[in-house]
Structures are given as structure tokens and as C-alpha cells.
Design a protein around this ligand. Structure first.
Ligand code: PNW
Length: 494
């Protein structure tokens, strides 16, 4: 072969390799997510009970930037057929949505199942399936019935039973039509921000945050066991909880140890009891909290111990690893007297860690710093910590406050984050099986209200019909999902 031919052949091979590297495995799944309070509205239709969010925002609107609430939100309770159309238009494989506990169980308990609530979720599930979209259903995306909060919510050990009872009803109604279940969305933000006064039920108690951590994880385990024992033999579905993890790195070399503790405190607190071979709390965190609690004058650790039986109950309660990932932080020790800012975003006061970002990281709105490599690091950390598990990315997305449908920042986020997911799959051999964009439509973004937009579709919140309009990112995500490849044009709106 002469040199020119060899050169041309090598160019072709390089191109083929390049295209192959830009492609996801054929069975890789693309989906999109929302949560009930953030989109449904219809907060008091029919016999629906009150959730902690309904309750709080009717008495404390001031905790939301634009004083708004989810009373109407995207009105998806009435417009769910439109939502299905949008998902189908993008050619996606699945839709992750959540069930509003008090919509289904108005008292919080199983003594009364709302017919309207059951019909609503049943229609949504059937509507998705009719269009070839698999429903991925979250049982708890932060809407505790207020009736249960009045009894102590997740700090009450009985909350484990309450959740298991609720889960059994949901499985009984829908396990014949739903294969993938998420029990709890982000235990960290279901326990820490709520007990730091930031989000519902907006109680300030460091003890409460840690009690909640224990019982919410046991509640996950109880629901997993209900499915595993009573439904899996017949339906064969899969259950996990959505773990939230930032990528944390030490600010300087001397912050290594603190970074390990910060990872334990914010992340392994929730993953270690389920995924480690030993089970229980991460040992470093357990020792740290025991000592700190002693110094603070408590007679026992603020991080409540697990019994041997509880450790066993929790261990292995997963069928796959579900991970929500958005952003990265650097970690350093707080200076004496330094203020901490918002929990989990600016700092972790319990362990004296300040969280910051690097100048080279891009920035979306608010807390969201854009560091694509972070998602690859996190995926690798899961593999190194817990072994070669099946990993599904159950949330990832980008926020802005713009009305511009040509959302290049969001396209760039998905492109660069998905490139890193591909590297994790191809180079690092992490078994990532799916990716979920947060979110389908702009919606009620908790403390930021309607000012922070995560949607692939815009929603006109001043229009009573809550008109949805595709952003450029919807078309971009559609081409990625349809071709299972990043080798697609950067499309612009219109
Ligand atoms: C996730 N943070 O929560 C939730 O599951 C969604 O409901 C939410 O809309 C989405 O991310 C975007 O925020 C998070 O403070 C809440 O870093 C807070 C943080 C991260 C994620």
C-alpha cells in the first residue's frame, strides 16, 4: 500500500472511531423528569389532602423569591395530555414523574384512597404507555401529607410504616404498568434543607435533619422490601432511590481530609447504608458525629445509630444506582467566625466546610456551576466505592432566567455533560444505562419560584392555558435521543 492510501485509510479509521465514540450503546435510554408539586397545580381539587408545600406556602410565601407557589404551576393536572405530546415529539424512551402522596391518600394513611387521584395517575401512565414512553415513577418528591408532618413527619420512627403503607397502595394500583420505581427523591434535600428552615416544612433543627436521614432511609428500605417481596415475583420491576451527588474536590492539598468528610456527610450518608458491603453509616462520619455531639453536650450522637437489624434491612435495597447530578464545588475549612451561606450550596456548617467554585467553571443561574468533568468523576466514584453497578442518571439539567427560546447555554450543558457520560461509559467502563434531563417544562423551582427555568419547553405562566413552547434545547435533545449520538447539529429555535 502506498503512503497516500495509508494516509487516507488512517483518516477514515479515525473518523469512524470518532463517530463511534460519539454514540451511546443502542440500549441506552433517554428520558425527561418532573415532579408533582412543581408542575401539577390543582392543589385542592376533589378530595386531595394538603401537602407540607401547600401548607407552608399558604402561610409563609416569603420563603419563595417571587412569592409564588404551586397552586396552579404548569396545570399539568389538567394538561397532562399535552405533556405526553411533548415527550413523544422528542422521541424519548421514558418519563420520570412523581406521585403526590396526599393527592392519592387524602389523610396520608391508607384508610382512604382518592378515586380521582388514582384515576389521574392511571390515565397518565396509560397515556404514556400508549405512546411507547415508559413511566418511571417517584413515590416521594418532597410532598409529605401535612397530616403526617403534624405527627412529626420523617423524624417520627413510624414514618417508616406510613411510607411502606403508601408504597404498597401505589404498587397495588400501578405495578402491572410501571417497571421502574424511585422511592425517595434526594434524601439529602428531603432532610437537610427542610430542617434548616429553607424548604417545607421549614423547621430549624440540626437534630431533626439527622433523625430524618435515618427514618427516610429506613422508609426507602421498607418500600423496597414491600416491592421485592410482594410485587417483584409477579412483575419483575426495578426499585431504587434517587441519590443526589455534587462533585466535591479539595480547594488545596490540605483540604483533602475535610473533602472526604464532606463527601461522607453530604453523599455517603445516604448511599453507604444501601450500597456498601458493611452497611450502616459511613464509619468516618459516624465517628465524627459521635465526637461532635459529645462536645456539644449531647448524651448520644445526633446521628442516630442503626440497630444490627436496621443495618441488615437497608443493605442491598437497590436494583440499580439512581443518581441526580448537576454541579461541582471545591471544599475548604471555614475560617473562624466565617458565615456559611445556604446549606449544601455554600457550605456544610455541621462539619465546618465552605463550598465554592473554580473560576474556570461556567455558571448557570444561582447555585448551578457548570463543570462537565464533574459528572464523569461522580460516575467513577460510584464505581470505585461500590463496584460495577448499573447506573441510571435520574436528573441533570441547566437553569437560566431567560425567555429566549434559543437557549444555547442549555444545549451546551447537555452536550458537554453527555460527552463526559460517554467517556465514563467508553473509557472508564462505568455501566451507565440512561440519562434524564431535568426538566420537561419550566416549572416551580422551589425557593426560586418561577424565576429559574430548567425546561426544554417554556411555559407561559401569565397565560391561563399555560402554553408550552419548544426551546432549541428540546430539538437538540430530540436529535440526541433519536440518534443515540452526540454527532448532531446544534439546532437553533425556529
Ligand atoms: C433537584 N441544590 O433538587 C430536584 O430533584 C428537583 O426537584 C429540582 O427542581 C432540581 O434538582 C433543580 O434544582 C435540587 O441546592 C435542589 O444544590 C437543590 C439543589 C440541587 C438539586
Amino acid at each position: 500500500m502506498n503512503r497516500t492510501r495509508l494516509y487516507i485509510l488512517s483518516l477514515i479509521l479515525a473518523l469512524v472511531a470518532e463517530i463511534a465514540c460519539q454514540s451511546f450503546p443502542p440500549e441506552f435510554q433517554f428520558g425527561v423528569a418532573t415532579s408533582s408539586y412543581q408542575i401539577e397545580g390543582a392543589w385542592n381539587v376533589s378530595d386531595k389532602g394538603e401537602s407540607i408545600w401547600d401548607h407552608l406556602l399558604h402561610i409563609r410565601p416569603d420563603i419563595i423569591a417571587d412569592l409564588s407557589n404551586g397552586d396552579v404551576a404548569c396545570d399539568s393536572y389538567h394538561l397532562w395530555k399535552q405533556d405526553i405530546d411533548l415527550i413523544a415529539d422528542m422521541g424519548l424512551d421514558f418519563y420520570r414523574f412523581s406521585i403526590n402522596w396526599p393527592r392519592l391518600l387524602p389523610t396520608g394513611f391508607p384508610n382512604k384512597v382518592s378515586e380521582d387521584g388514582a384515576r389521574y395517575y392511571g390515565n397518565l401512565i396509560d397515556g404514556l404507555r400508549a405512546r411507547g414512553i415508559a413511566p418511571v415513577v417517584t413515590l416521594y418528591h418532597w410532598e409529605l401529607p401535612q397530616s403526617l408532618q403534624d405527627l412529626g413527619g420523617w423524624t417520627n420512627p413510624l414514618s417508616v410504616e406510613w411510607f411502606a403503607d403508601y408504597a404498597r397502595i401505589v404498587f397495588t394500583l400501578f405495578a402491572d404498568r410501571v417497571d421502574t420505581w424511585i422511592t425517595i427523591n434526594e434524601p439529602i434535600f428531603a432532610c437537610e434543607s427542610p430542617y434548616r428552615g429553607i424548604v417545607a416544612p421549614a423547621i430549624v433543627s440540626d437534630v431533626g435533619a439527622l433523625l430524618c436521614s435515618k427514618y427516610i432511609m429506613l422508609a426507602h428500605a421498607a418500600a423496597y422490601r414491600v416491592y421485592d417481596e410482594e410485587f417483584k415475583p409477579q412483575y419483575g420491576g426495578q426499585v431504587s432511590f434517587a441519590h443526589h451527588e455534587f462533585w466535591f474536590e479539595p480547594k488545596t492539598d490540605k483540604d483533602q481530609e475535610l473533602t472526604e468528610l464532606a463527601r461522607d456527610y453530604a453523599f455517603s450518608r445516604f448511599s453507604y447504608p444501601v450500597y456498601s458491603t458493611e452497611g450502616g453509616w459511613p464509619p468516618l462520619l459516624e465517628a465524627y458525629m459521635a465526637e461532635k455531639s459529645r462536645i456539644e453536650g449531647y448524651t448520644r450522637s445526633k446521628l442516630p445509630a442503626f440497630t444490627a437489624e436496621e443495618i441488615k434491612l437497608l443493605k442491598g435495597t437497590y436494583d440499580f444506582f439512581a443518581i441526580n447530578h448537576y454541579t461541582s464545588r471545591t471544599v475548604r475549612a471555614a475560617l473562624s467566625g466565617e458565615e456559611f451561606g445556604i446549606f449544601g450550596i455554600d457550605g456544610l456548617d455541621e462539619i465546618g466546610a465552605v463550598l465554592e467554585s473554580k473560576p474556570e467553571w461556567g455558571s448557570a443561574l444561582g447555585w448551578l456551576k457548570v463543570n462537565p468533568e464533574g459528572i464523569r468523576h461522580v460516575l467513577n466514584r460510584i464505581k470505585h466505592q461500590y463496584g460495577d453497578l448499573k447506573v441510571m442518571i435520574t436528573e441533570s439539567g441547566y437553569s437560566d432566567d431567560s425567555d429566549d427560546l434559543n437557549d444555547v447555554g442549555r444545549i451546551d450543558y447537555y452536550k458537554t455533560y453527555l460527552e463526559q457520560v460517554l467517556l465514563a461509559i467508553n473509557e472508564d467502563k462505568v455501566n451507565v444505562v440512561g440519562y434524564t434531563a431535568w426538566s420537561l417544562i419550566d416549572n416551580f423551582e422551589w425557593n426560586s419560584g418561577y424565576q429559574s427555568h430548567f425546561g426544554l419547553y417554556a411555559v407561559d405562566f401569565s397565560d391561563p392555558s399555560r402554553k408550552r413552547t419548544a426551546k432549541a434545547s428540546a430539538r437538540y435533545y430530540e436529535s440526541v435521543a433519536r440518534t443515540k449520538s452526540l454527532d448532531v447539529e446544534n439546532l437553533t429555535a425556529n
